[in-house]
Ligand binder design. Structure first.
Ligand code: SAH
Length: 254
């Protein structure tokens, strides 16, 4: 990713406070190039106030009259829009869009467009874009505040650009070691045996039960203690059940 090649474009923002909040959102995520297309009021003290320590982003913001000027030299343009107003167009969420933005920023100028607070981006403006970005939201209300939308998009770019921003989780901090594959395999044998004994799994017709259970447990990343608990539950279950004799069941006496 080349952050120097990424510009955030606000199309006709009407609230100066939002412009300041956008500058702050950008700077906290390592981006500094802001382009304003025909802002209603700029510069403005509320923008300065809301930018806090990102005034430099405001001061270096480029103000232009038209979207054409804002994206003239861009090789890749992303248009952001809430889900309910987009056209049938390639649409990605912020995380996947970040991959596209990153790849294209290495080759040239990239613009990410944000729309008006009241009307968003027009269809005509959206059709200028290579890609549409929609932030997944609740069905009940899909329209975020402008600066908050910018924050989410810039956050994903930052996470991608700084692999080390990922929270470090390691087994060293966990109170138990991860269960070994050897023990996990023993658990599956024990589980299968128990499920058969209680009549839940028919060995002659196991269908996809074990693969599904493996997929379930393998998603968890169980530790040794958790595995021991599960093994203990299986052992107690076995002690308390009269094992089903599947040879009788299957044969059915016929
Ligand atoms: N009533 C307008 C609201 C626009 S909100 C509308 O429905 O279009 C202002 C801008 O914030 C939008 O143009 C878009 O750039 C961004 N935005 C808001 N919610 C978003 C979402 N869910 N996904 C992507 N961008 C969003």
């Amino acid at each position: 990713m080349n952050p120097e090649h990424i510009r955030i474009v606000l199309v006709e923002p009407s609230h100066p406070g939002n412009i300041g909040a956008v500058a702050r959102a950008m700077k906290t995520m390592g981006l500094g190039r802001l382009v304003l297309v025909a802002p209603e009021q700029f510069p403005h003290e509320e923008a300065t106030w809301r930018a806090v320590w990102a005034r430099d982003v405001l001061e270096s913001a480029v103000v232009v009259d038209t979207l054409d000027e804002a994206i003239a030299e861009c090789g890749f343009v992303v248009g952001t829009c809430a889900r309910d107003q987009r056209l049938p167009w390639p649409v990605l969420d912020p995380r996947r869009s970040a991959l596209e933005v990153s790849a294209n920023s290495r080759r040239g100028e990239v613009a990410i467009l944000f729309g008006r607070e009241d009307n968003g981006l027009s269809n005509e403006e959206l059709m200028r874009c290579n890609l549409h970005l929609a932030i997944p939201t609740s069905d009940a209300y899909s329209s975020l505040n402008l600066a908050m939308a910018v924050q989410i998009v810039c956050y994903e770019l930052h996470m991608l650009a700084n692999g080390d921003a990922l929270p470090q989780t390691s087994n060293a901090e966990w109170d138990e070691p991860l269960a070994s594959q050897e023990n996990i395999e023993r658990f599956y044998v024990h589980l299968e045996e128990t499920l058969s004994q209680i009549g839940f799994l028919n060995p002659a017709a196991p269908r996809k039960l074990m693969p599904r259970l493996r997929r379930l447990y393998n998603r968890l990343g169980m530790d040794e203690m958790e595995l021991n608990i599960l093994r203990g539950i299986l052992t107690e279950t076995q002690k308390r059940c009269e094992p089903v004799d599947w040879s009788q069941q299957n044969g059915g006496g016929s």
